[in-house]
Write a protein that binds this ligand. Structure first.
Ligand code: FES
Ligand code: FES
Length: 232
């Protein structure tokens, strides 16, 4: 399960799964409506949404509160290494800001309640890095943070990471909706534990739900990536 965030006011990682659930996903993602392929690169650039007029409901999905006073705030984020400027409603979730304001479509909207892990991103703030559910993270609270999405795991030339390649090789991607979160959690696990057991992998992916694969190939992919990394 993704680690809990460390920054004040930030949400915890995905909650314990309750069974096969909502789709999520990595990779060259499009919207929640459109599964992404394996281990992904970002979608084609999407123009940022038009500025939101104060007093109007925010975009669908995440942390907005329709009808609430919509005070706009401006702040900076570093997304996959690139500085980005944001002007958005103060209460928009990090997922909404990434997808709807910045056109970063790797993180997916699944449950919007911290239960599926589809929206998992890494967040580095004040020197601490944690995986968070971006659907529950107020973007303004992450001002100045470095945000890592599944697209940032690949090299600048598009070469996939070892974990992404392992998911492809193992057939651990079907609809792909969960894959971005799975890959994020798996990569974080291997960064802290180069030789995990199958149980360790299952524990690390506890908050990431997949409705398609049955998890066996996902665990296999993570163990394979770990073995490949150790053999280097
Ligand atoms: S945990 Fe399901 S969309 Fe965020
Ligand atoms: S939800 Fe379809 S591959 Fe995991």
């Amino acid at each position: 399960m993704p680690e809990s965030p460390t920054g004040p006011g930030l949400p915890t990682g995905p909650a314990a799964p309750t069974g096969p659930a909502s789709p999520t996903g990595p990779g060259p993602g499009t919207g929640p409506e459109s599964p992404n392929g394996p281990a992904g690169t970002p979608d084609a650039p999407v123009p940022p949404a038009a500025p939101v007029a104060a007093g109007t409901p925010g975009p669908a999905g995440a942390a907005g509160t329709p009808g609430a006073a919509a005070e706009l705030v401006s702040y900076g984020l570093v997304v996959d290494g690139a500085p980005r400027e944001v002007t958005a409603r103060w209460d928009e979730s990090l997922l909404t800001v990434l997808r709807e304001r910045l056109g970063v479509r790797g993180p997916k909207l699944g449950c919007a309640h911290g239960r599926c892990g589809a929206c998992t991103v890494s967040l580095t703030l004040d020197g601490d890095t944690a995986l968070v559910c971006s659907c529950l993270t107020p973007a303004a609270a992450a001002a100045g943070a470095e945000v890592g999405t599944v697209a940032g795991l690949a090299a600048a030339d598009g070469t996939l990471s070892d974990v992404q390649e392992a998911f492809l090789a193992a057939g651990a991607v079907q609809c792909g909706y969960c894959t971005a979160g799975m890959v994020q959690s798996a990569a974080a696990l291997l960064d802290r534990d180069p030789d995990p057991s199958a149980e360790d992998v299952s524990d690390a992916l506890y908050g990431n739900l997949c409705r398609c694969t049955g998890y066996g190939r996902i665990v296999e992919a993570v163990l394979s990536a770990a073995a490949t990394r150790r053999a280097r």
